[in-house]
Design a protein around this ligand. Structure first.
Ligand code: PBG
Length: 344
């Protein structure tokens, strides 16, 4: 016996004395015990799949900063919706990349009944009625400056934007959208959209509020995906929340709950799990997180370099959302995860 062990066994306290015979490793000793004590599980019901749309027919475009994600023409989106429904994914979230000449200062195309997002909703709903369609009403895909609202003299106009997105919400609901998800962070938008939907008879169309959307640098690849990256002038800090703030996020969500939101969302995801946990604990509402494009890109890039096991990190990151209290996650990994879950 060497001197270290000797010293330990004679004079120092034994581990049993230290732990009082409590040993947490007992429950971790085998796969079956680990399964018995597992607190959170990711299932296919937790997945919402955001997809990108382009005009035209039978085309798919790669997105450089989002390997594995493609922009899809509506017919291709229908195919993916079929695949998603067959995998058991409950819902899609759709984002259009419209022609540049359709974009203007006020995002007029957002109100067109036959615009790309509405055409996609109509076509997908007809072909795959069992999948939920979640549409965003923020104006950024439709404006020539890439902002989520109406821009005048360098300012984003709140009330004018709220009026327009409320009208856009009705047009989207008319096309068959099941849930309206406003991501623009204008004040009063949830109440205004609720009223507009109800007056148009859309009582069953829900609102998933991007309740706490932070002015984040993690959105970069998304802006490439919908073609606003080169257009955006300035930043969105006059309407998105400062990443430094947590109480403000709770106040923001409180207003949305009061105004009639059916579900809350936190965006981005993984760096903001503390916000997810606070919202879930405070409001006990269905709570979602958006694992955004930059989060997706980081995992893909590290995996492509062989620096992490991409599949394991993908699964672990999504489980972390569940642990924090999420009822679901918007993630570009959705079909891949669903396929993996179906295998195991
Ligand atoms: C804007 C919007 C953003 C995302 C979806 N809608 C953020 C932005 O461009 O400022 C980000 C999604 C992602 O990064 O995956 N209304």
């Amino acid at each position: 016996m060497n001197r270290y062990v000797q010293a330990n066994s004679s004079s120092a306290a034994s581990v049993d004395e230290i732990t009082g015979h409590r040993r947490l490793r007992r429950n971790r000793k085998a796969d079956w015990t680990r399964r018995m004590v597992q607190e959170n599980r990711l299932t296919v019901d937790d997945l919402i799949w955001p997809i990108f749309l382009i005009p035209g027919h039978n085309r798919r475009e790669r997105i450089e900063a989002m390997p594995g994600v493609e922009r899809l023409t509506v017919d291709q989106a229908v195919k993916e919706a079929r695949r998603a429904a067959d995998l058991g994914i409950p819902a899609l979230a759709t984002f259009p990349n419209i022609a540049l000449d359709l974009r203007d200062d006020i995002g007029s195309n957002s109100l067109a009944a036959d615009n790309l997002i509405n055409e996609a909703t109509r076509t997908i709903k007809k072909a795959v009625p069992e999948i939920g369609i979640i549409t965003d009403v923020a104006l950024d895909p439709f404006t020539s400056h890439g902002h989520d609202g109406i821009l005048k003299d360098g300012r984003i106009l709140n009330d004018e934007t709220v009026a327009q997105i409320s009208a856009a919400a009705v047009v989207q609901a008319d096309a068959g959208a099941d849930i309206i998800a406003p991501s623009d962070m204008m004040d009063g938008r949830i109440g205004a959209i609720r009223r507009a939907l109800d007056s148009a008879g859309h009582h069953d169309v829900g609102i998933m509020s991007y309740a706490t959307k932070f002015a984040s640098a993690f959105y970069g690849p998304y802006r490439e995906a919908i073609g606003t990256g080169g257009l955006l002038k300035g930043d969105k800090r006059t309407y998105y929340i400062d990443p430094a703030n947590s109480d403000e996020a709770v106040r923001e969500a409180a207003l949305d709950v009061e105004e009639g939101a059916d579900m809350l969302m936190v965006k981005p995801g993984l760096p903001y799990l503390d916000i997810v946990q606070r919202l879930k604990d405070t409001f006990a509402m269905p709570t979602y997180a958006y694992q955004v494009s930059g989060e997706y890109a980081m995992i893909r890039a590290a995996a492509a370099n062989g620096w992490i096991d991409g599949e394991m990190v993908m699964m672990e990151s999504l489980l972390a959302f569940k642990r924090a209290g999420c009822d679901g996650i918007l993630t570009y990994f959705a079909p891949e995860v669903a396929e993996r879950l179906a295998r195991t």
